[in-house]
Design a binder for this molecule. Structure first.
Ligand SMILES: C[S@@+](CC[C@H](N)C(=O)[O-])C[C@H]1O[C@@H](n2cnc3c(N)ncnc32)[C@H](O)[C@@H]1O
Length: 216
């Protein structure tokens, strides 16, 4: 797979993470609530989730392909390890489709936050998540997703024009929850959430937050 480097987007994303809306922060808390044991987080960005992992998480293996974001994630990991010495966080270079050898499972959970919109191959990424989990392990997802109607039309238009190039390979019209079902996960919880009011022409507004499990 070609290297995933988006120098402009990584700077924009770093800025966005320093100004993250409170609602997104609360969704991240819900995403990670109750996790324990070993966790694989792929496409970890600047490490925005790290300080929100519950103390019961003993190890996070965080994979991030973009060098600029990975360096920031390493700083966030060191901060969290100092604050909560019981949680070890390793930040590694790699992609979902080609996980590094030292990210080998099994894991109690795989965390996907705003990443399945950007991977090159969704089925391959979800197959990698499934393989990395222990039987009964959880996929935790917080992703923006495809919708229908006029906003769905807008999503298709932006995906076919400027959006993926402007936003680091992001696609707004991906039916990510159906892809999770197809990958063999059992849905445990699922909630539709919104980043913006229904009237707002924001392609990334429709979001999904939930837990799906690898069969025991
Ligand atoms: C919108 S950012 C989200 C970052 C982080 N997950 C968060 O919640 O803040 C998308 C992330 O996916 C990463 N990414 C893009 N393609 C990827 C791939 N094929 N495998 C893993 N991560 C990827 C990007 O480098 C970026 O960090």
């Amino acid at each position: 797979m070609p290297p995933v480097e988006h120098p402009l987007f990584s700077r924009v994303w770093s800025w966005a993470m320093r100004h993250e809306p409170a609602g997104v922060r609360r969704a991240r808390e819900e995403l990670l609530a109750g996790l324990e044991g070993r966790v694989l987080e792929v496409g970890a960005g600047t490490g925005s989730n790290f300080d929100l992992y519950p103390a019961g998480v003993t190890e996070v293996v965080a994979v991030e392909p973009d060098r600029v974001l990975r360096e920031q994630a390493a700083v966030a990991a060191a901060k969290r390890e100092t604050a909560v010495p019981g949680t070890r966080i390793r930040v590694l270079d790699g992609t979902f489709e080609d996980l590094p050898g030292d990210a080998a499972g099994p894991y109690d959970a795989v965390v996907c936050a705003l990443v399945l919109c950007s991977v090159a191959d969704v089925p391959a990424s979800l197959a990698a998540a499934h393989d990395a989990l222990r039987p009964g392990g959880e996929l935790r997802y917080y992703e923006h997703v495809a919708t229908d109607g006029w906003l769905g039309g807008l999503q298709r238009t932006v995906d076919a024009t400027f959006w993926p190039r402007a936003f680091g390979g992001c696609h707004t019209h991906r039916d990510t929850v159906a892809a999770i079902d197809r990958a063999g996960f059992e849905r445990v919880t699922h909630r539709d959430v919104r980043l913006a009011p229904t009237w707002a022409p924001v392609p990334v507004a429709p979001m999904a937050l939930g837990v799906a499990r690898r069969a025991a």
